[in-house]
Design a protein around this ligand. Structure first.
Ligand code: SF4
Length: 63
């Protein structure tokens, strides 16, 4: 599994870093959420899926 945040769609609500802080973060300097690059570790995949399903703007893509 890979995760990507569509920068233009993110409204910086803070939900995804709350659900899965190991993968998602909001930059200290402001701006859209970011996901780690590379493959998501197996144990984190359920939380990443939950974050993607919960994002209010559908900004998180998983593949
Ligand atoms: S849950 Fe969606 S809108 Fe909220 S910070 Fe994460 S990517 Fe942005």
């Amino acid at each position: 599994m890979y995760a990507n945040v569509l920068q233009k769609a993110c409204i910086q609500c803070g939900l995804c870093p709350t659900i899965c802080p190991a993968v998602f973060s909001l930059p200290d300097e402001g701006g859209s959420a970011r996901a780690i690059s590379g493959e998501i570790p197996t144990e984190l995949q359920p939380d990443v899926q939950t974050a993607a399903d919960s994002c209010p703007t559908g900004a998180i893509q998983v593949s």
